[in-house]
Design a protein around this ligand. Structure first.
Ligand code: HEC
Ligand code: HEC
Length: 277
């Protein structure tokens, strides 16, 4: 609980606001230059040293096979919280807090311990997560500066057309008063980029070796066991070996959109959503 409550701590939001507001000058990172020039800003934000892109690339592989299942492929959250907005990740400097989280897990909250992940792998994962923070912060800067320069009409057309937003949302339904809910345009835009939100009960379908399927609500999952409540509330627990487990990711569409829309689409959408008072 303590950790989750930190999401609501005012200093955390101040930190995120700074992240969104300040240029981190890290454009060089993806090209492998290790964020030269961003050092002073990173220090100011308390973000620690710039991530090492080579270690991050190694870390991504370990992350993909151990963590992505719950935290999402790019750490923006799935069944488990978004790690890019995680206070623990933001306050970690050299991987020390992240390594401890990996080694001990949060067993009472649904994250297993990973005693088999070597310390060097854990440091690489930390670099991967820091690089994700860096990339997102950068994109945030660009958008924030331009946040209401979009064309609302083009945004509406994208919403109902190429963007396919209307498959899940409606301007007169769930998003009718979105601009009143998030009166600050950058807040609104952040919701669009990272809807996240409190974890909801996760749906799961398990196919047993016999071919029988059981659907219901996930209780917990790790690399060895899975437990769930079926539709009539009956508790089940299995060893995962030989089972097929499907957990639909309700925010998958949003993560895919991140790669799909251009910055212009993003500004147009924000301008459009800002009209939905
Ligand atoms: C079975 C799902 C699952 C897996 C696999 C998993 N986690 Fe987690 N993780 C969680 C949950 C749930 C929480 C939230 C705990 C809480 O509520 O405080 C969490 C929390 C965290 C946090 C703390 C976030 C914060 O600020 O509260 C970090 C860091 C983290 N996980 C990193 C990792 C890494 C790195 C891996 C891979 C080595 C990993 N997790 C694998 C479920 C998982
Ligand atoms: C496949 C379904 C799907 C698609 C497509 C989709 N979204 Fe979402 N969207 C969601 C879900 C699920 C949430 C989370 C709702 C929640 O947390 O209650 C969400 C949340 C949001 C939120 C935050 C709402 C809030 O109240 O905080 C905004 C804004 C948003 N989406 C905008 C868009 C836009 C704009 C597009 C198109 C570019 C889009 N979405 C496409 C499923 C989708």
């Amino acid at each position: 609980m303590l950790i989750r409550n930190m999401y609501r701590a005012p200093q955390f939001y101040v930190c995120m606001a700074l992240l969104a507001a300040l240029p981190l000058a890290a454009q060089e990172i993806p090209a492998g230059r290790g964020g030269r020039g961003g050092g002073a800003t990173r220090e100011f934000l308390g973000l620690g040293p710039a991530p090492d892109p080579v270690a991050a690339a190694r870390g991504e592989k370990v992350y993909a096979s151990n963590c992505a299942f719950c935290h999402g492929a790019n750490a923006r959250g799935a069944e488990a919280p978004n790690l890019i907005r995680s206070p623990l990740v933001l306050h970690d400097e050299k991987g020390e807090s992240i390594a401890a989280a990996i080694a001990k897990g949060f067993p009472d909250k649904g994250m297993p311990a990973f005693p088999n992940i070597a310390a060097s792998d854990a440091r690489d994962i930390a670099q991967f997560l820091h690089l994700q923070v860096e990339l997102v912060a950068n994109r945030g800067v660009y958008k924030r500066l331009n946040v209401l320069t979009g064309d609302a009409k083009a945004g509406e057309a994208y919403f109902n057309g190429a963007g396919g937003c209307n498959a899940c949302h409606s301007a007169s339904g769930d998003l009718a008063h979105i601009a009143s809910k998030y009166p600050q345009p950058d807040q609104l835009q952040n919701r669009l980029v990272w809807p996240g939100g409190p974890p909801v009960p996760q749906k799961v379908t398990v196919t047993l070796p016999s071919g029988q399927t059981v659907s219901g609500t996930l209780k917990r999952i790790d690399d060895i066991n899975i437990s769930m409540y079926d539709a009539s509330g009956v508790f089940h627990s299995w060893l995962r070996e030989g089972l097929k487990v499907e957990i639909p990711d309700r925010l998958a569409a949003h993560r895919q959109l991140l790669d799909k829309y251009t910055d212009a689409d993003m500004h147009n959408l924000t301008a459009y959503l800002a009209t939905l008072k």
